[in-house]
Design a protein around this ligand. Sequence first.
Ligand code: NI
Length: 267
Amino acid sequence: MVIMVSRSTVFRFLSALVLLFFLAGCGVPLSEHWSGYRPGQGAEPSTAADSPAAAAKPPAPAAPDCRRVKCVALTFDDGPGAYTEAMLKLLDEHNAKATFFLIGKNVERHPGIARDEVAAGHEIGNHTFSHQDLTKLSLAAGQRELRKTEEAIKKATGATPTLVRPPYGVIPKGLKKSLDVPVALWSVDTLDWKTRDTKKTTQAAEKIAPGSIVLMHDIHKSTLEAMPKILTDLGAQGYHFVTVSQLVGNPKPGIAYGTGLHPGGKG
Ligand code: NI
């Protein structure tokens, strides 16, 4: 049997085939239309608010609610020093925020490191200018120690310290009352300053509980070397690493804090 097909019919048939192949090969899959916006793909129309700087720096994630989740405030005293930058890198890798209690003298020596601490979103506290025992100074001399440090921090970083931690954890009542920021002590002392031992520092960190404020020092190599395990272990237990102010939740001047809010606690 012979089927008679006109030339124009053959042409239309072939054209349709070519068009089909073209669509299959180069067309946009249907799913693409339903996948919504994906970062880096098919840019959304930019507006005046979408400056390159705003696009490069996403907004910081909100701090966790320490009344509902396990939080710990890691604190580092006596810097900035030789191991601080490495500590900042480590904290960043673990998505951890911490509080650094700075010595004014060291801020003047390492202003760039203090700036990096602020830029990374850590909290900055005042630890006096020359690590003085404030109970051995007059009120005026104690205030001078703190004021000089505040000025050094402001000059180096543009930020104002939000807490005071007195060296040795002691502060005269009169001086404490005269402060316009709260005092932050601690609830877990890792004794890293005394043992200078990585393993002992790691073991001491096992005392950490929800709401702990942990005393450490970023001026010791042994502390830096203890941090990867401490951060990994606490992270695996579901801890969020927050600043002291985030942990305590709106701390008030004139009061000394040693622990913070925690799930099931009284705050
Ligand atoms: Ni100290």
